[in-house]
Design a protein around this ligand. Structure first.
Ligand SMILES: Nc1ncnc2c1ncn2[C@@H]1O[C@H](COP(=O)(O)OP(=O)(O)O)[C@@H](O)[C@H]1O
Ligand SMILES: [Mg+2]
Length: 526
């Protein structure tokens, strides 16, 4: 088999989706959506979680069949019964969750499902060559002989793009491609996307991040609740226009009321712990958090923030040091003892540690609480009381779900996060560890989560907010601690830290060194 698709170059013409309707039980995910993609353009599909973007694109890629409407390529109405049909029409899709086989090499993955009657034997050498060629042409470097399990998330994404190109896709759909990438990887992806467009490909770029949409797209279509709210040239629309279209209203910035925090509630002293790779991840952390205070924890991902949150949650043990919460030594406490003692957690990996995918929305509300007295009647669970409680939380926290009985995996990230938040706060804890609570969450849900955190702060909760989003940290935190290689580089008061200073600390310069002027002097000379 040869790289025939790729050699022919892009071949997808004008793609049009007309009046697309798609229903799931209880939800109209697409309600008469029209979208057209001109050859060679980057068309952004913008919308909050649950707006119907992925559903629309899965129909264009033949994974779902529309309940109504038409798909036309170059004016010709086509019906895609499977992705194979879409691929034949020159359409490729990079999913939010990659679909690669970890135990196979890059070349095997790219060749997967490509055996044709004309070439019954897989020519892996040929595939490898094609991969290298595509890699050179579009700046997508990966070694064809590497196993997928050895690749970083960013590299796996490159393999998915290569796979689409190898199959001759002229129109490539990218479903929230930046959600899993570091800022540096995003830059590299954008460079690739620009090369693709320069060589005649068209792209559909799905996102809920305005900066990205502004940076990469020629036109943008905004979806809300399954309908098109508007479409236009990106340069004609301001960020404010886009937010209003997306959310349906003005969105305000978080604005914590000044107040004096109370007494110290949490003290972490000399904390050390190992990371997953057998390297020490925490190298002596000292932090204290007061009642009514949000302590922000900044740092480039991988510098121990995740491990610290896990140690506090009881999912990882300290090798040295202690955690004292309200005078009680919680260093070796079990997860349950921590809950009982008033600690709560919003985990970074919400689908792994915060919820059970296959369980219903209602069941997920009770993941930790099913043993609590509140929901027990003698030895039985008080199902009616539990359902009532779940219903109240879902409405109080504005969780969008068709019912309490759908599996939680059907909900959008923002709604899952709101549900986890509702569950954790309903136990009225006094210490909350929130790890990346708004990562991958849309603007509306982010605003909601920020409001919740600030409200709890005013009620006197001690909050450790772990985030990679400096804007979020700077707007919410009373103090910000910066982690680097398992240590704390410094702690700054609200309003006292410039982004530049935080950046230096994130790169390993301690606050003392900074204030002594050493590092900033250097930065003055370009
Ligand atoms: N396979 C499915 N089964 C049932 N409901 C679904 C399914 N996929 C999506 N939905 C629902 O359809 C709506 C649109 O979802 P989706 O297209 O994933 O939105 P987006 O990609 O914009 O976040 C949501 O309410 C979601 O819960
Ligand atoms: Mg989606």
């Amino acid at each position: 088999m040869s790289a025939e698709g790729q050699a022919k170059g892009p071949k997808t013409g004008r793609v049009e989706m007309r009046d697309i309707v798609k229903c799931f039980p209880g939800v109209t995910a697409n309600d008469g959506v029209c979208l057209d993609i001109e050859p060679g353009e980057v068309h952004a599909l913008l919308g909050e979680n649950g707006a119907g973007k992925s559903t629309l694109m899965r129909q264009l890629y033949g994974m779902y069949q529309p309940d109504g409407g038409q798909i036309l390529v170059d004016g010709k109405s086509l019906s895609f019964r499977s992705p194979a049909d879409a691929i034949r029409a020159g359409i490729g899709m990079i999913h939010q969750h990659f679909m690669l086989v970890p135990t196979m090499t890059v070349a095997q993955n790219v060749a997967l499902g490509q055996r044709s009657p004309r070439a019954p034997f897989l020519d892996l050498g040929g595939v490898s060559k094609a991969i290298s060629k595509i890699g050179e042409d579009y700046g997508l470097k990966v070694d064809p002989e590497t196993f997928v399990w050895q690749l970083s998330v960013g590299e796996q994404q490159r393999v998915e793009i290569i796979k689409a190109l190898y199959r001759g896709a002229g129109l490539i759909i990218l479903d929230e491609p930046t959600a899993v990438l570091t800022p540096q990887e995003v830059d590299a992806l954008f460079a690739t996307l620009r090369t693709l467009v320069a060589s005649g490909h068209s792209l559909i770029f799905i996102s809920h991040k305005l900066n990205e949409v502004k940076a990469i797209s020629d036109r943008v279509t905004v979806l809300r609740d399954g309908r098109v709210v508007g479409t236009g040239r990106t340069c004609d629309l301001t960020r404010g226009d886009l937010v209003r279209m997306m959310v349906g209203r003005e969105v305000k910035e978080p604005d914590p009321r000044p107040h004096a925090p109370g007494p110290e509630l949490v003290r972490i002293a000399g904390a050390r712990a190992m990371g997953d790779r057998g390297i020490e991840a925490l190298r002596g952390i000292d932090l204290s958090i007061r009642s009514g205070e949000i302590l922000g924890l900044a740092g480039v991902s991988g510098n121990g923030q995740k491990e610290l949150a896990e140690c506090l949650a009881g999912m990882r043990s300290l090798t040295e040091g202690s955690v004292i919460v309200e005078g009680h030594d919680m260093t070796r406490a079990t997860v349950n003892e921590r809950f009982e003692a008033g600690m709560a957690f919003i985990p970074e990996e919400r689908m792994r540690d915060g919820a059970i995918r296959e369980f219903s929305v209602g069941e997920n509300v009770f993941l930790h609480d099913h043993m609590s007295k509140r929901f027990r009647r003698w030895i039985f669970l008080a199902f009616d009381t539990m359902r009532e409680h779940a219903r109240t939380l879902v409405s109080q926290f504005a969780v969008k779900t068709p019912s309490l009985d759908v599996p939680i995996k059907n909900l959008s990230g923002g709604n899952i996060q709101k549900l986890i938040m509702a569950r954790e706060l309903s136990r009225q804890p006094f210490f909350l560890v929130a790890a990346q609570p708004t990562r991958g969450v849309d603007i509306g849900a982010t605003e909601y989560i920020h409001d919740c955190l600030l409200e709890q702060r005013e009620k006197g909760m001690a909050i450790l907010l772990v985030s990679e989003d400096l804007d979020e940290l700077r707007s919410l935190s009373d103090r910000i601690a910066v982690m680097y290689e398992g240590g704390v580089m410094g702690i700054v008061e609200r309003g006292e830290a410039s982004v530049e200073e935080l950046g230096f600390m994130m790169a390993g310069v301690s606050l003392e060194e900074l204030r002594a002027g050493a590092a900033t002097e250097e930065s003055a000379c370009p």
